[in-house]
Design a protein around this ligand. Structure first.
Ligand code: ADP
Ligand code: MG
Length: 840
């Protein structure tokens, strides 16, 4: 957090001076554009959150053309940047830099209140320091008892309300109610005088008495009626403005003489202080107990039959009666090390904070608890698997491997060597390997897979490679056959549309051990497939396989080692949650001599110019992909139709002299194979296709990729597609034809243009689309955290992971007496989830 503020601080340091000097871009050497860009780039190496990195990017983007702007335009950009900066600071510590002249203008519009004295109704809350307490972790039985307490049976709340809570929110236990966290707060300890409201951008809270209701009927037909409610607090009058039906509703609730609290965005318009966007609450005598006023008040997510007042009251009762039973389960040392609030205090403070700071501390502790329980589940599962499952200890006999490496026309990259060392260590160990290998498209994962397979074979085992599509199965089979030709190994292909006789031969070879390597689609996990001696399972492009399918393949051997490979880089935060029980290796280096792919955004109207460029490249001997990406499964037919029609259109109208080929998912496997082979042999100049070419396809002579409707696709997918080019010695270009409909869409295109780094793109994608969308499916296996956010809380997640790993390594069964509460809590909360998620 502080790192981020430091960067922001440094980045924005020259802004004010630049404004004072008339925005002539002379304040920093090298220009403001470069200055800001430098800071944004630097932040990539720092351990700050993804959202924060995105923010820095957004700020840098504002300066992208700074050198070419007029001073007036520059001022606007700086002010936008300052606004972004002040927003990123949620507590508002950094004041938005509104120039003083503008403030004067605004005040001048308001003669009515310009001279009103500022009086503070409520004193500002002081940050009373909470003494951190470190009560010991409890026994397991305390946890089991506590989580069982039913609201119905518990004192204080009563059976009728218990029924209502169950019906409305599915909350039945005291624990459930105490973990029904507020979604927001209203800081009523900082009530503003009305005379002072409406000058800034942020939400404000005022309080006063309703002195008048006005209803204005429209004079013109069809114009909307509107109404005003006037509130007075001794320093000024604020107008709540409403239109249409809402007026009637407000008039009913807000009658003259009532006292109210209003939070909202106040503005100074027409000589008044107005708000149209507000929440209100009527202050009743019972509120004097201060649950509802005069402090930082929680706002809960509600249903139609609940009010804030009800939920606040029930939570308050639950706290008063039961918070002392709330079990502490984090080890004392960890709490001390991190200065965590104890859990009871944290639960109290998250609902009724005594200050903003304490609310923040409480949130940190409770968000950590969520992440920690999950990571504990994953880590203990991993340790148990490693401790109790006997795998194969492959020998370190590397004759064949050396021979193979000698036969390669190139040297392995350092990253490839390092990753293969990780794999060797795993394979030679008696513990079963469970490793995720990440590497960007073209980073050379296939060679690493081949090395691992040879190692298994050299030890007398078979290796299986499971891929998601038949195109890929064909491709891997021919690649591996070629690669491994010097080693004299038998590669067998198994897929669902083999002829019966071919299939029988394949099955026999797999069963009697004639095949050394078996490549296939999900056909590999069918019952009829019996391996002779399966020792290594490699799963490529894992995001297309379900967890269950991976397990089925593993069960076909006696605890074979498993290597999962993916070319979809997964931001570390996500891999910690979703693949937390796998060890991860990353190939972070491309083979030498790779061409940087240049990416360009093409507007629809510039199509023809693009086609001319394509034709020119092809005349030079290169080849081109034109892709119509799939939007949704249901649109598959349409997509195929679009691709088919486009292929015809190109052949007849656009490129009559070139050879156009077509590839889509509904074609028979032999047809697809034939088309790919023709493209490889340069018998086709332009391959028009759907996303079936997304993964793994390798034609080095193809140097242009055109992607239609690019705005509709995730960055990961676009990046995958783009990875099909730039594989040979010629310069390659990717053209994105796109008409983005949203700012997010523009962000994505810009990111594609800016970087070729799959991990950076994955991070951007994650920030823009959120974790659920990131995986393209709802069933991504991500847990529903109540407080934690894996993007914003990336640092907490890392901490949770490393602390959980420490404990799980030394005590995988959590037998130590001090860990009993933790163990019980973990079983109750996350175990069911972890079982569903885990890859092992
Ligand atoms: P990935 O599967 O990671 O997308 P591949 O294994 O298909 O990448 O490799 C892409 C291309 O790079 C292949 O043509 C491969 O022969 C080549 N290649 C792999 N490793 C190296 C290396 N160390 N040096 C040069 N070329 C390499
Ligand atoms: Mg092993």
């Amino acid at each position: 957090m502080n790192q981020f503020e430091d960067i922001i601080g440094s980045m924005s340091r020259p802004f004010e001076q630049e404004i004072r000097k008339g925005c002539n871009d002379e304040v920093v050497i090298g220009g403001m554009k470069n200055y800001v860009e430098n800071w944004a780039t630097k932040s990539r190496q720092l351990g700050i959150g993804l959202a924060e990195k995105q923010k820095l990017r957004d700020i840098a983007d504002l300066f992208a053309e700074y050198d070419r702007l007029t001073p007036m335009e520059r001022l606007t950009q700086i002010e936008k940047a300052q606004k972004l900066i002040s927003k990123s600071n949620s507590k508002g510590d950094l004041k938005p830099a509104v120039s003083s002249s503008r403030l004067e203008e605004e005040t001048a519009e308001l003669p009515l209140f310009a001279n009103v004295q500022e009086t503070k109704i409520q004193p500002e809350t002081q940050d009373i320091e909470i003494d951190l307490k470190y009560p010991p972790a409890l026994a397991g039985s305390d946890v089991s008892e506590f989580i069982k307490i039913q609201i119905k049976q518990a004192g204080g709340i009563g059976p009728r309300i218990a029924d209502k809570l169950a019906a409305e929110l599915e909350i039945r236990t005291i624990e459930g109610l105490l973990e029904y966290y507020p979604r927001d707060y209203i800081d009523r300890s900082r009530i503003k005088s009305i005379g002072d409201a409406g000058r800034g951008e942020e939400n404000e809270t005022i309080s006063g008495e309703i002195v008048k209701q006005t209803h204005i009927k429209p004079r013109r037909h069809k114009a909307k009626a509107f109404g005003k409610i006037s509130i007075y607090d001794g320093t000024g009058i604020a107008q709540l403005v409403a239109f249409g039906k809402r007026i009637g509703y407000l008039r009913r609730f807000l009658s003259k003489g009532e006292k109210v609290i209003v939070s909202g965005k106040f503005e100074r318009r027409y000589g008044e202080i107005q708000t149209t966007n507000f929440d209100f609450e009527i202050i009743e005598d019972e509120d004097l107990d201060l649950i509802h006023t005069g402090r930082i008040v929680p706002k809960y997510p509600l249903t139609a039959n609940l009010t804030q007042r009800m939920v606040r009251r029930w939570v308050k009762i639950a706290l008063d009666e039961h918070v002392d039973q709330c079990p502490e389960f984090l080890p004392v040392d960890l709490r001390k090390q991190e200065s965590f609030m104890d859990r009871r205090t944290a639960i109290s403070e998250i609902h009724f904070p005594t200050s903003n700071k304490h609310q923040g501390m409480a949130r940190r502790r409770l968000a950590f608890d969520e992440l920690f329980l999950l990571e504990m589940g994953l880590e203990t599962k991993k340790s148990k698997f490693e401790t109790y499952t006997n795998g194969i200890a492959f020998q370190a006999d590397n004759n064949l491997i050396d021979q193979f490496i000698q036969s390669l026309p190139f040297n392995l990259t350092n990253a490839q060597l390092r990753v293969f060392e990780d794999i060797c260590e795993d394979m030679e160990n008696q513990k079963p390997m469970n490793r995720l290998l990440q590497g960007d498209v073209g980073s050379g994962k296939t060679i690493v897979a081949a090395l691992s397979l040879i190692k298994a074979i050299e030890n007398g085992y078979q290796g299986a490679v499971m891929v998601p599509t038949e195109v890929l199965a064909d491709q891997h089979t021919s690649n591996l056959t070629n690669l491994l030709a010097p080693c004299n190994l038998k590669v067998t292909l198994l897929k669902s549309d083999l002829k019966k006789s071919d299939r029988d031969v394949a099955l026999t070879e797999i069963g009697d051990g004639t095949s050394n390597i078996i490549v296939g689609t999900h056909a590999l996990i069918q019952e009829a497939v019996n391996f002779h001696k399966l020792g290594l399972v490699i799963i490529d492009e894992q995001h297309r396989f379900g967890v269950r399918q991976r397990e089925q393949l593993r069960e076909k051997g006696s605890t074979p080692d498993v290597l999962v490979m993916t070319a979809t880089p997964i931001p570390r935060t996500l891999s910690l949650t979703v693949y937390g029980d796998l060890n991860v290796s990353v190939i972070d280096e491309l083979p030498p001599g790779r061409q940087e792919i240049e990416t360009k955004w093409v507007k629809d109207k510039d199509r023809n110019t693009l086609y001319e460029k394509v034709e020119k490249e092809i005349k030079k001997g290169r080849q081109t992909y034109i892709v119509y990406p799939l939007v949704e499964e249901s649109e598959k037919m349409e997509e195929i139709k679009a691709a088919t029609e486009m292929a015809e259109h190109f052949q007849l109208k656009v490129f009559p002299n070139l050879r156009i080929g077509l590839l889509h998912g509904r074609m028979k496997s032999v047809e697809k194979q034939e088309v790919m082979q023709q493209f490889k042999n340069r018998q086709i100049d332009i391959l028009v296709s759907t996303t079936v070419i997304e993964v793994g396809v390798d034609v080095p002579n193809a140097t242009i990729m055109v992607i239609e409707n690019a705005e509709r696709f995730g960055l990961a997918q676009l990046h995958q597609l783009r990875g099909r080019i730039g594989r040979g010695k010629h310069k390659s270009t990717c053209y994105l034809i796109a008409t983005p409909q949203s700012e997010e869409g523009v962000h994505r295109l810009k990111a594609m243009i800016r970087t070729n780094d799959g991990f950076e793109l994955a991070e951007v994608d994650l920030v823009l689309r959120g974790p659920g969308e990131f995986f393209g499916t709802r069933q991504s296996g991500l847990p529903d955290f109540k407080l934690a956010d894996i993007i914003k809380d990336a640092d907490l997640l890392e901490l949770a992971k490393s602390e959980a790993a420490k404990i799980a390594k030394s005590d995988p069964d959590l037998n130590h007496p001090d860990l009993q509460a933790l163990k019980k809590m973990m079983e109750a909360k996350w175990e069911p989830y972890v079982d569903k998620l885990s890859v092992g």
